[in-house]
Design a protein around this ligand. Structure first.
Ligand code: ADP
Ligand code: MG
Length: 387
């Protein structure tokens, strides 16, 4: 953890609230290595926490009030604990307020507190700054109000805040990995039953390079809903031929191959992506366990090609970044990550090739789109915690 950030946060807390803070909490952003558009099909994902995070400094205030200050937005929102409701005027503060409200709805009694937020996760880039601010708020309230929240409930509460209070239909992966990630591990999650395993992912010679397209993601919502529908349509048809399936997660590759001709073309393509992508996550986990990082990288490439050609959620900017990365010696794999139509790519690269990679990708992206892409280089980091 960057001590300068904590020092600065504590100093600002003192300047603004005229007292010392009692606690500091941190929650990281995340990136998914493989397993895209599998979550709502009850399938597998393999994300890591990254070394960008949101911090909270906090102190109980013995008032029945939450005072929320953001250093990044430079404003303070004050809310009576008995009157928490969504208000667009509250902007960013709706995230911590939403978590407080869901906790209250579940019967937890919150105490008044002064909180200060600071973050280094780029906002709206698909690295899940929203889930980070939810989770860090949740663990802060837990400590301040001396609640006993089952750790399994934290991601569920935070997802509910984003779904019901903010109004964004996200899955549970982000909140889950941000809560449960371990340093030098990827988190293998079964989205059907939330069983998970922290799989060692540490190779001193390779790094994860995340590149932001800086695109506004306008198409995401409608395309996302359409894809979900197409997956459901696929299950409906396949059910007639394969007994006992409820979600695409239940369909084995061999069964799909046997019956795929029964599906209309578009639905077939969507199902093919999801069913093979689930298998790729299982293979990826196996490769991590056997330290076969080269084949892991190849699966990342296959994942991208499938998202582009079958699921059709990539875009030319993502493809440009991915293809320019793959041309660099030392790159093991590169793919889009997140829902698509913008957001970020994730690339696995030998450390000695990072500089060359950054130069190459920047050159290409500037020459095609006149945009300087942002780079985030990370290892697999810890999940949310009190500092
Ligand atoms: P993403 O989760 O992909 O980063 P979202 O649009 O889901 O993007 O969430 C971004 C929102 O989360 C921001 O608009 C802001 O309201 C809130 N947020 C993120 N980081 C911070 C921060 N450091 N301080 C305050 N609010 C933040
Ligand atoms: Mg988000």
């Amino acid at each position: 953890m960057d001590n300068k950030r904590i020092k600065n946060l504590k100093k600002n807390f003192k300047d603004i609230y005229k007292k010392n803070c009692s606690y500091v909490f941190e929650a990281p952003g995340r990136v998914n290595l493989i397993g895209e558009h599998t979550d709502y099909n009850g399938g597998f994902v393999l994300p890591i926490a990254i070394d960008r995070s949101i911090l909270i400094a906090a102190k109980p205030n013995n008032e029945n009030i939450l005072r929320l200050h953001s250093l990044d937005f430079n404003n303070t929102i004050t809310c009576n604990l008995d009157k928490i409701k969504y208000d667009s005027k509250n902007g960013w503060a709706n995230y911590p307020l939403g978590v407080a409200k869901i906790l209250q709805d579940k019967g937890y009694i919150l105490k008044g507190a002064d909180l200060m937020f600071e973050g280094t996760i780029p906002r709206g880039s698909g690295l899940s700054s929203s889930a980070a601010i939810e989770v860090v708020s949740c663990i802060a309230y837990e400590e301040i109000s001396k609640l006993k929240i089952d750790k399994k409930q934290i991601p569920v509460i935070c997802q509910k805040a984003e779904n019901d209070f903010i109004g964004v239909k996200c899955g549970i992966m982000d909140q889950f990995v941000i809560t449960n990630a371990k340093k030098n591990s990827a988190l293998f999650l079964d989205c059907r039953n939330l069983k998970y395993e922290n799989i060692t992912f540490s190779d001193e010679d390779v790094s994860i390079v995340i590149v932001d397209t800086k695109l506004e993601r306008k198409l995401v919502n409608s395309a996302y809903n359409e894809r979900r529908q197409q997956c459901e349509d696929g299950v409906k048809i396949l059910k007639r031929y394969i007994k006992g399936i409820k979600l695409l997660r239940d369909v084995k590759v061999a069964d799909f191959e046997k019956y795929k001709s029964k599906l209309p073309l578009i639905v077939r393509k969507r199902c093919e992506h999801v069913i093979y992508e689930n298998q790729r996550v299982l293979d990826a986990v196996r490769y991590l366990k056997t330290k076969n990082i080269n084949d892991f990288g190849k699966l990342m490439n296959e994942s991208h090609d499938s998202l582009k050609n079958l699921y059709e959620v990539s875009c030319k900017q993502l493809d440009t970044l991915v293809y320019s990365a793959r041309k660099v010696k030392g790159v093991l794999g590169s793919r889009m990550t997140g829902a698509g139509f913008g957001g970020c790519t994730v690339t696995l690269v030998k450390n000695e090739s990072i500089n060359g990679l950054v130069i190459k990708m920047t050159e290409k992206y500037i020459s095609k789109y006149n945009i300087n892409p942002n780079f985030y280089i990370s290892q697999a980091e810890n999940g949310a915690r009190k500092i």
